[in-house]
Design a protein around this ligand. Structure first.
Ligand code: NAD
Length: 351
């Protein structure tokens, strides 16, 4: 049974990844500092499962990371831990540099020392996989897609901090030989996403019949990747990715933000019509654009598809219907996030 040290595994993508990996028989050591984005409710299906150990701590705590690596001898480190919300990075960039850059550097140093201490066979098999974003590439015009060769041109404090971490990961391979892999993915959506991000935010507001805020003219384009497909891509890269390489991961589903919002309105109107009979599209409200808002992202994932045979399995329409159904079926999870009670858990559950 392999053991993986996963960081940020109480967050959206990390949580989905951990739930899936444990089910597949992987032993997971889950290190998460539980910022506002960390939610132990997400991990409640694993309660009592001996193949999941939750550790409340910071990737930047070198002594803790060293002790975890020594004690649990993982075969891989998968780094999801990050400050991840662009709007928050505009209001307060320092926390993004602290976790995404300084924290990742500390994690890399401890992983390198641990990797060096392994015997030759385990050293060959070890991997450090860093999860990053397509936002490091900046913005696109009407045409073209990001490839792994696209120069970095990050435009927000968030993407700048992720770009810095990607460079550090690359440097640890070239300088010290650490067997690293990096994935740069597009916008994820699916179960357990914190309702500050576009899709769960719009679902929560639309359900309540509240105004639906859309930045600018709503025509910014993102590629949407269903989180389950993203987790499969990470497993494929861990398994067969070439050391030192980066792999783009995309859902092949470019959509304007306004189309995403209208899709949610339609799905909810079909499932839970508003009591007064209004169509939810009437709730759409255009708001002042985010400063420096990138216009378009699009991903060329042909390297991952060609080398490792990965492809998205869920279309945008299927993924959106599944996501809306998940939020409708898991309102207690949503309510506990919205009223803040999910944070109280950590006092008893994770101290
Ligand atoms: P998230 O914000 O939902 O979760 C991040 C998790 O990391 C939280 O559980 C948080 O408590 C934890 N964390 C934060 N700082 C930490 C620290 N110093 N030490 C330990 N844990 C810490 O983020 P997400 O959406 O799940 O994203 C996961 C990763 O994927 C991030 O690295 C992000 O940059 C990347 N990514 C996300 C998306 C997306 O659409 N969500 C797209 C591309 C890339």
């Amino acid at each position: 049974m392999p053991t993986w040290l996963v960081t940020g595994g109480a967050g959206f993508i990390g949580g989905n990844f951990v739930l899936d990996a444990v089910q597949r028989g992987v032993r997971i050591i889950n290190l998460d500092v539980l910022t506002y984005a960390g939610n132990l409710d997400t991990l409640s299906p694993l309660e009592g499962n001996l193949n999941h150990l939750f550790v409340h701590g910071d990737i930047g705590d070198a002594a803790l990371v060293e002790a975890l690596l020594r004690e649990h001898q993982p075969d891989a480190v998968v780094n999801f831990a990050a400050e991840s919300h662009v709007d928050r990075s505009i209001d307060g960039p320092a926390a993004f540099v602290q976790t995404n850059v300084v924290g990742t550097l500390s994690l890399l140093e401890k992983a390198r020392d641990y990797w060096k201490s392994l015997d030759a066979m385990r050293r060959d098999a070890f991997r450090f996989l860093h999860v990053s974003t397509d936002e490091v590439y900046g913005t696109l015009g009407e045409t073209g897609k990001f490839t792994e060769e696209t120069p970095f041109a990050p435009n927000s404090p968030y993407s700048a901090s992720k770009a810095a971490s990607d460079h550090l990961v690359r440097a640890f391979h070239h300088t010290y030989g650490l067997p690293v892999l990096t994935t740069n993915c597009s916008n994820n959506y699916g179960p357990y996403q914190f309702p500050e991000k576009l899709i769960p935010l719009i679902i929560a507001k639309a359900l309540n019949g509240e105004p639906l805020p859309v930045y600018g003219d709503g025509l910014n384009v993102r590629d949407w990747l269903f989180v389950g497909d993203h987790c499969a891509a990470i497993r494929a890269v861990l398994d067969g990715g070439r050391i030192g390489e980066t792999y783009n991961v995309g859902g092949d589903a470019e959509r304007q933000n306004i189309v995403v919002v209208k899709t949610i309105c339609k799905l909810l109107d079909e499932r839970r019509p508003l009591a007064d009979g209004r169509a939810r599209e009437s709730l759409i409200t255009y708001v002042t654009d985010r400063p420096g808002h990138d216009r378009r992202y699009a991903i060329d994932a042909s390297k991952l598809q060609g080398e490792l045979g990965w492809a998205p399995t869920v279309t945008f329409e299927q993924g959106m219907a599944q996501t809306v159904d998940w939020y409708l079926g898991n309102q207690p999870w949503v309510r506990r996030v919205l009223d803040g009670s999910y944070r109280l858990e950590r006092i008893g559950g994770a101290a």
